[in-house]
Design a protein. Structure first.
Lengths: 520, 166
């Protein structure tokens, strides 16, 4: 499975890198797949409401009203119908890509199982909802889906008499049937929305709408598609005639050819096996317990900063349990939600470098990779450097590989997430011999821990609005950053070398380090 | 540079809508070749009771509690229904359908699609609804003509005790 994931990751990285030239950061459609799925769902609901106003749920009326919207009211109703159809297709496409991408990135295990598993009902409900949408048109495609779907359902030994018998002749279908499936279509859409909300329940600042430029661009080109290739009905349904050659929507109906190619049972087997695999994947193979954040109460002031920065709703504030005379609240870790990214450690104001020789502790930390470990690793890395310009590189386990960096005068320390680095450490390492600090991590918009590189950039920002922030005395010229994905090592190396050159120029223009007053 | 980025974005969007637009309706799927037709055998028929009612013997009645002493023992289980379809003397369908229901006392449901080329055929249909029947309880022999793409639904009318063709 790991090989498959690595191969998939390489493929995604290549495509995303290519698209990244045109779309920056979060605007990259591949970094906003979940948000795009929400967006397409909004379009489906909005256009669906318009279509509902005109739709007549009856044998004759269903086809006639959809035809009226498509032909007579093409300028609005027709476009709405096309948006409804194409947004539904795009929803399936983005959801499938979203699932594949999270799989290759390995973002479905540990505490992430909840988002993964709750995504499954959303996916599974979208298909019947979409297929019923096609029934509602009651053209030959709707007829084909109705008959084939019920035949497929009848394969399961759950009905006392075959449900496909409801579609034997034109007389066997009633107006009531259309009212029922219209209610079913709407009800399933509501369930999809509930499932989507559950899916993002444990995610703070969930992106449920894409960046504005991506939203506008997508809408504009959906409009172009709707004008160039308006969604159209096929011939009116006639149950006395078998539809021979049908233009099916492959996003929703890929199973139907398989029913004929394999068998009805084969199609069920595919659905069941895929479902089981998707649902069990977070535990395949069973994983050792992931390290989760621990709160050290004597250093927790209940300041809320870790709660704000946590991307997984894994920290909450509760009334103080130790009777502290000054502090009213304390941070409590919701272990089931914690992925051990360490962003909370980077946010904690107590994550300060040591003064004197005491053991370094902070208010909230990841036990296996605590702040003392970070301090030791940083000091050792810096001590090993023998160069005129020394650069300490901080990166993460999920971005460009930092082992054997191969840059003279640069040493790297890897963290679970770059945002786990407390901003005060930057000043500390500069005071203790580093000429520059270089930060790297996953590509912007594609942080493995969702918000890591956003927090890093905000902590480095010179407006000092985000707390905690960089010490004010640190010259910004001595800090560099470049966001690099797993396949971007060569580019990262070049960026570090460029930064080293900038540091040399900065030193030449500003005199030796000691004269800056920022070296001890 | 900005223009190049916009061009790149436009190219991406075009690829996206081309993909969506194409697979939304294409390639066409051939569910049934032109010139084909279909027979659908579909009905719900209750087989006769498997065993007839039987009068309890005096001893049997005496062994029962007072309030349960009914005169007849009528088993609910129905016979399976056996259906045969022959076209131009060739057997294309044959099935024994068990009655539905936990006590096997409900109708035997049948739904079967039989695709065949459009044209004229000699049809023979046979059905027996009791285990003891030799031959068929109900039978049809006759010609049928199927137009291309036509669906011929063969049912069974239990009141007239004959096959129906729609």
């Amino acid at each position: 499975m790991l090989k498959l994931q690595k191969l998939g990751l390489r493929l995604f990285q290549a495509v995303e890198g290519l698209i990244g030239y045109a779309f920056r950061g979060f605007s990259n459609p591949f970094y906003s797949l979940g948000a795009l799925a929400f967006y397409f769902f909004y379009i489906i609901v909005g256009t669906g409401i318009y279509l509902f106003i005109f739709y007549d749920p009856s044998i004759k009326g269903s086809y006639d009203t959809v035809q009226y919207l498509t032909r007579d009211q093409w300028y609005l109703g027709g476009i709405m119908r096309s948006f409804h159809r194409y947004a539904s297709d795009a929803l399936v496409l983005t959801m499938v890509l979203h699932i594949l991408r999270e799989f290759v990135l390995g973002r479905y295990r540990g505490a992430r199982w909840f988002a993964w598993v709750t995504g499954y009902p959303a996916l599974m409900l979208i298909f019947p909802s979409g297929l019923i949408g096609y029934w509602l048109v009651w053209d030959t495609l709707g007829q084909f889906i109705a008959v084939r779907s019920t035949e497929w359902l009848d394969w399961l030994p759950i009905f006392s008499e075959p449900s496909a018998r409801n579609f034997l002749t034109n007389a066997s279908v009633s107006d009531l049937f259309f009212r029922l499936i219209l209610i079913g279509h709407i009800a399933l859409s509501v369930f999809v929305f509930v499932a989507l909300l559950m899916h993002v329940k444990n995610i703070s600042r969930a992106m449920t709408s894409p960046p504005r430029n991506l939203a506008i661009g997508t809408l504009l080109f959906l409009l172009i598609l709707s004008l160039l290739e308006p969604a159209a009905s096929q011939a009116r349904a006639d149950l006395s005639i078998v539809p021979g050659i049908i233009n099916i929507d492959w996003f929703y109906m890929f199973l139907y050819p398989l029913m004929d190619l394999w068998s009805l049972g084969g199609a069920w087997a595919l659905v069941i096996v895929t479902s089981l695999l998707l649902l069990l994947l977070p535990w395949l193979p069973p994983q050792r317990d992931q390290p989760v954040a621990k709160v050290l109460l004597e250093k927790c002031s209940g300041c809320n900063l870790c709660v704000v920065d946590c991307p997984y709703e894994a920290i909450v504030l509760q009334p103080r349990s130790d009777g502290h005379p000054s502090y009213v609240r304390e941070a409590v870790v919701v272990e089931d939600n914690c992925v051990g990214c360490g962003i909370c450690t980077g946010a904690c104001p107590f994550s300060r470098p040591p003064r004197g020789g005491e053991t370094l502790t902070t208010g909230i930390d990841i036990p296996s990779r605590d702040i003392q470990h970070l301090h030791s690793a940083s000091v050792q890395a810096l001590a090993a450097l023998r160069a005129e310009i020394k650069v300490l590189v901080y990166g993460c386990d999920h971005g460009a590989v930092l082992d054997n960096l191969g840059v003279h005068g640069a040493a790297a320390v890897s963290l679970p997430c770059t945002a786990a680095l407390p901003a005060s450490f930057i000043g500390y390492m500069l005071r203790h011999g580093a000429d520059g600090i270089f930060l790297t991590g996953c590509r912007m918009g594609d942080c493995y821990n969702r918000l890591g590189n956003i927090w890093v950039e905000q902590r480095l920002a010179l407006d000092f609005k985000h707390r905690p922030h960089l010490p004010r005395w640190v010259p910004p010229q001595r800090i560099g950053h470049y966001w690099a994905g797993p396949g971007d090592k060569a580019r990262l190396v070049k960026a570090i070398e460029r930064f080293q050159q900038e540091l040399r120029d900065f030193s030449d223009n500003n005199g030796p380090k000691a004269e800056n007053g920022d070296s001890q | 540079m900005q223009i190049l980025r916009y061009l790149g974005q436009a190219l991406w969007y075009l690829l996206f809508i081309a993909f969506i637009g194409y697979f939304s309706t294409s390639p066409a799927y051939t569910f049934m070749e032109p010139g084909q037709a279909m027979i659908k055998l579909a009905f719900n028929h209750s087989g006769k009771l498997k065993k007839p009612c039987r009068e309890f013997t005096k001893e049997e009645l005496a062994a029962k509690p007072q309030q349960m002493r009914i005169k007849f023992d009528c088993p609910r289980e129905r016979s399976p229904v056996y259906v045969v379809l022959e076209i131009d003397g060739k057997r294309v369908f044959e099935k024994t359908i068990s009655p539905s229901g936990l006590s096997k006392d409900m109708p035997s449901p049948l739904y079967e699609r039989i695709p065949l080329k459009a044209g004229k055929y000699q049809l023979h249909l046979g059905m027996r609804d009791h285990v003891d029947t030799k031959g068929y309880d109900y039978e049809f022999n006759g010609p049928i003509t199927l137009a291309p793409s036509q669906i011929l639904v063969i049912g069974f009318d239990p009141d007239r005790k004959e096959f129906t063709f729609q």
